[in-house]
Design a protein. Sequence first.
Length: 156
Amino acid sequence: MELLLILLDDAFFAAIPAVGFAMVFNVPVRFLKYCAFAGAVGHSFRRLLLYFDYPIEWSTFAAAALIGVITIAFAKRHLAPPLLYAVAAIIPMIPGSYAFNTVIGLVELSTQTQISPELLSEVVSNALKTVFILGALSVGLALPSLLYYRSRPIIK
């Protein structure tokens, strides 16, 4: 029961920025609920995988792929491009805290006369997490479209 409440809470608070960014990107009003749904399901799925101790990079990749599949289904149903839903739905998973901590660490490193190995390690770790999460988002979102809209069969 506790896990279900965590996932519902996560879904609710992920749907809000998904709708907000959909409005910024001028998504028609009738499609906002689909952006919210895709963002909520994707973020909750990532949270579920994190709950079961999967790494955040792989959890993000799987959640982005799930969002890609969901948005392809919405696109077929409404005859709209999948990115209409996907871009707004993926925004709540942007690794803002890791990127922020990377920049703060870089500023601290630039002000020190002697470089601290612990701080350098933290900066590199946060930077790599940021890069890998962003890569997981882009590849995970693109993969379902690449497979679904493929013009040639995979196996000859």
